[in-house]
Write a protein that binds this ligand. Structure first.
Ligand SMILES: *Cc1c(COP(=O)(O)O)cnc(C)c1O
Length: 374
């Protein structure tokens, strides 16, 4: 029987093996492992790729989100307990970053079709304490940034993009990371631009925000042994920066491969019980607003479908089985009724999708879905 792993990181990175090893050797031989040329160059290249003026490396995506919020507090643009609007169905990291910054997350129901922040629901959640709206480009699909930015402008809110799943996604010629006042990225190995370890970055158009983020992640210091603020240690190291530079050069190509697989699934999977993800407008293979970090179907018999696919050798995952407001870690924090969010978490299933999947593997997933006994 054909095996289809959910994600084959070994195969993904094997495509870059020679270049990765070459860059690693150069870092090893350089004798410089933190805050060097590889990081400086990666930051320049990543900012240019996103169309943002600045990028600052961080240790991971959670820190990148937190550093952006903390920088705004330091700049006096936010005060403790200010409210931050977040989609309720996000990965818990989004919400943990808000809480760690001493701010108040306000959960809003997503658009049931796209699973992204609903601009109207966000507008309805605004109170006099609201200062930030934090859209998440979930599964690799850009949130409705034109409308979210209009709402934010009308209410003078800061916009922080959680772009951890959407490197390279683009709407109206503007990429994820270039819409908000700042954006946070993760380079966790399984993300679309994945390091060989942890990594993250903040992008912003504001030079002062970039400088504060950089200092906050480096013990509050712009200059060695001069500490302006109570910072932390959250840096992207030279090894990861060097590896990311290699993979960044082929990121658009890998997004194209993801779109091609998504287009095959969208065209091939036909089953009354399996709801395909909304593809937006136009041909999915050409729609650059989606980089298909995940291909998420919905099915009321999700657990049975998952078992069925497992028996056909197809590994699937659930993103995410339990919504943040139902996690023990956040118990008592939210008094909310979120039927759309609960419905999403109870029915979603992520199918295998990674650049390098063979046509046979793609066909096998399609025919196994279509043969799901109902
Ligand atoms: C992965 C992820 C994060 C956190 O990134 P890490 O690098 O794992 O800390 C934050 N938000 C979303 C939406 C993510 O998918």
């Amino acid at each position: 029987m054909m095996n289809v792993p959910f994600l084959d990181l070994k195969a993904i990175n094997a495509a870059y093996r020679t270049e990765l090893l070459d860059r690693l050797t150069r870092v090893v031989d350089s004798g410089w492992y933190i805050q060097g040329d590889e990081l400086a160059n990666f930051e320049k290249e990543f900012a240019a790729y996103c169309g943002a003026s600045h990028a600052v490396g961080a240790a991971n995506g959670l820190d990148a989100l937190w550093l952006a919020l903390e920088a705004w507090k330091y700049q006096g643009r936010l005060r403790p307990r200010d409210e931050v609007i977040v989609p309720a169905n996000t990965y818990i990291a989004t919400i943990l970053a808000v809480i760690r910054a001493g701010l108040t997350p306000v959960l809003v129901e997503p658009d049931p079709l796209t699973c992204n922040l609903d601009p109207e629901a966000a507008a309805r959640a605004i109170t006099p304490r609201t200062r930030v709206v934090l859209p998440v480009h979930l599964y690799g699909r850009m949130a409705d940034m034109p409308r979210i930015c209009t709402v934010a402008e009308a209410h003078r809110l800061l916009v922080l993009e959680d772009a951890a799943q959407a490197h390279g996604a683009c709407v109206d010629g503007r990429r994820a990371g270039a819409w908000g006042d700042a954006a946070a990225f993760s380079f966790y190995p399984g993300k679309n631009l994945g390091a060989l370890g942890d990594g993250g970055a903040v992008t912003t158009g504001d030079a002062d925000t970039a400088a504060v983020v950089r200092a906050l992640g480096n013990y509050g210091s712009h200059e060695k042994y001069v500490h302006e603020m109570e910072g932390v240690n959250s840096r992207l190291d030279e090894m990861q920066a060097a590896l990311l530079r290699v993979k960044l050069r082929r990121l658009d190509q890998s997004a194209m491969a993801r779109r091609r697989i998504a287009a095959a699934y969208l065209a091939g999977i036909r089953h009354p019980l399996i709801r395909l993800p909304d593809a937006g407008g136009g041909a999915p293979a050409d729609d650059v607003s989606h980089v298909w970090h995940l291909f998420v179907v919905r099915c009321q018999q999700r657990d049975a479908l998952r078992q069925w696919l497992g028996r056909q050798g197809i590994q699937t995952l659930i993103h995410y089985p339990t919504p943040p407001h139902r996690q023990r870690a956040l118990a008592g924090r939210f008094d909310v009724h979120l039927p759309i969010t609960d419905g999403i978490h109870g029915s979603v299933l992520s199918l295998p999708l990674w650049p390098g999947m063979s046509d046979e593997q793609i066909e096998h997933v399609i025919s196994a879905c279509n043969a799901f006994p109902s």
